[in-house]
Design a protein around this ligand. Structure first.
Ligand SMILES: Nc1ncnc2c1ncn2[C@@H]1O[C@H](COP(=O)(O)OP(=O)(O)OP(=O)(O)O)[C@@H](O)[C@H]1O
Ligand SMILES: [Mg+2]
Length: 391
């Protein structure tokens, strides 16, 4: 770790948030068994979705970030999505969820995020349109349908990327990242992505594209969004990755973000669909507090939705994260935080062995919620004060 990196790490920890990408593994203590189980969920072909339960401030984001690093390292494409109110993603709107996946998707060893880098990766791996995969993709050069992709829009996008110029690639990036803003622009999309290409000829007339809703993501229960998500997983697998992993942080906000019970119901049904693995072939992790499922049920009951499919809650795979122990927090402070603070500001704090144990114990005894965060922010505050005095 360099001095600048150490500074960036301490700045995050000072605010009580997880360390920057690339340092999460190094700054994670404990939870060996839990990490092992989560890693199994990544490799188990039967595992679909998992709710990660932990109290406020006790490491949900950190664990998702850990999973992100782990998944990238073992060769998955990953999209980590924050569902807080600022992100403006409503979980009943699968077009917004799909757009968010396209904005956040990343592949191993590539600093750039987003759907264009994913498509670039795919084309680098399978460049030749005379390869057997492209022949299947294009239904043996017929171009009017695909034998491998299930979303007509993603098929249009993939070939527009392959044959288009930089301008049309930027347009298709914006379209996939924000499909909801293109609802009335199907003619423009057709003219940019289908009509102009000289390298292939799709025999379908324009009206057929419009009639079939090729450019539309929000019809028929957002069927095209689910299909496109599965296609991203398929393309990842075809291009040598292990598949697509979606990580949803602050997932609880899906309840507070939605004003209308029908929307809430749809959002919960979408969670069920991810969990049951029939509409999306990749893996999904959701970070929530332990009361999340109970909260969902209460909200539905409070609004008299007695005919809701409550039985589907039972199928949800849940993973309870144990809170960090005092010893683990002390280990983090002594072995990672103090050395990083000392590197960042070029000083050597005088620390007696075991000097933090009592103090961390007292914080950890006080409360359950937010105690890990409190212990970390507090120790940095103290280090800052001592450093200031020494100057
Ligand atoms: N296993 C861990 N090892 C080391 N540090 C951790 C671990 N888990 C959490 N932390 C640290 O504790 C603090 C709080 O963690 P985090 O932000 O992940 O909690 P959270 O559950 O997501 O909180 P919130 O409910 O507010 O979203 C962060 O500074 C994080 O780096
Ligand atoms: Mg968090």
């Amino acid at each position: 770790m360099t001095k600048t990196e150490a500074k960036r790490v301490i700045e995050k920890l000072r605010k009580g948030i997880p360390v920057p990408d690339g340092f999460v593994r190094l700054f994670t203590v404990g939870r060996k068994d839990e990490i092992g189980k989560l890693e199994n969920a990544l490799v188990d072909p039967k595992s679909t979705a998992l709710l990660l339960n932990a109290n406020y401030g006790s490491g949900k984001t950190q664990m998702l970030r850990f999973l992100r690093e782990e998944a990238l390292k073992s060769g998955y494409a990953v999209a980590m999505i924050y569902c807080d109110s600022k992100a403006g993603i409503r979980f009943n709107r699968m077009d917004q969820v799909f757009g968010a996946v396209c904005r956040h998707i990343e592949i191993p060893d590539c600093a750039e995020k987003g759907i264009l880098s994913f498509l670039r990766w795919f084309h680098e791996k399978i460049p030749s349109t005379s390869s057997s995969y492209w022949r299947k993709l294009s239904a043996n050069g017929a171009w009017s349908r695909s034998e491998t992709l299930t979303s007509p829009a993603l098929y249009v996008a993939l070939r527009a990327y392959r044959f288009g110029n930089e301008e049309s690639q930027r347009l298709l990036e914006d379209w996939l990242m924000n499909p909801q803003t293109y609802k009335t622009k199907r003619k423009m999309l057709y003219e940019n992505f289908v009509k102009v290409s000289r390298q292939f000829s799709d025999p379908r007339p324009a009206w057929k594209f419009y009639q079939d809703g090729v450019f539309i993501f929000d019809q028929q229960g957002y069927a095209q969004c689910w299909a496109a998500l599965t296609d991203l997983d398929t393309l990842a697998k075809k291009s040598g990755l292990k598949g697509l992993v979606l990580l949803f942080d602050e997932f609880e906000e899906i309840l507070t973000n939605l004003r209308n019970i029908q929307h809430e119901e749809t959002a919960i049904l979408n969670l069920f669909d991810f969990n049951e693995g029939k509409r999306f072939s990749g893996k999904t992790f959701f970070a929530v507090t332990p009361e999340f499922v109970e909260k969902c049920k209460i909200r539905l009951m409070d609004r008299d939705r007695y005919d809701f499919e409550f039985a589907r809650f039972k199928k949800i795979n849940q993973f309870e994260m144990s809170p960090l122990s005092s010893e683990q927090v002390v280990e983090l402070i002594e072995q990672q935080i103090i050395p990083a603070h000392s590197l960042a500001y070029g000083w050597k704090p005088k620390v007696r062995p075991d000097s933090f144990t009592k103090w961390v114990n007292s914080i950890m005894r006080q409360r359950i919620q937010d105690r890990t965060r409190l212990a970390i922010t507090d120790i940095i505050k103290q280090l800052d004060i001592v450093l200031d005095k020494q100057k």
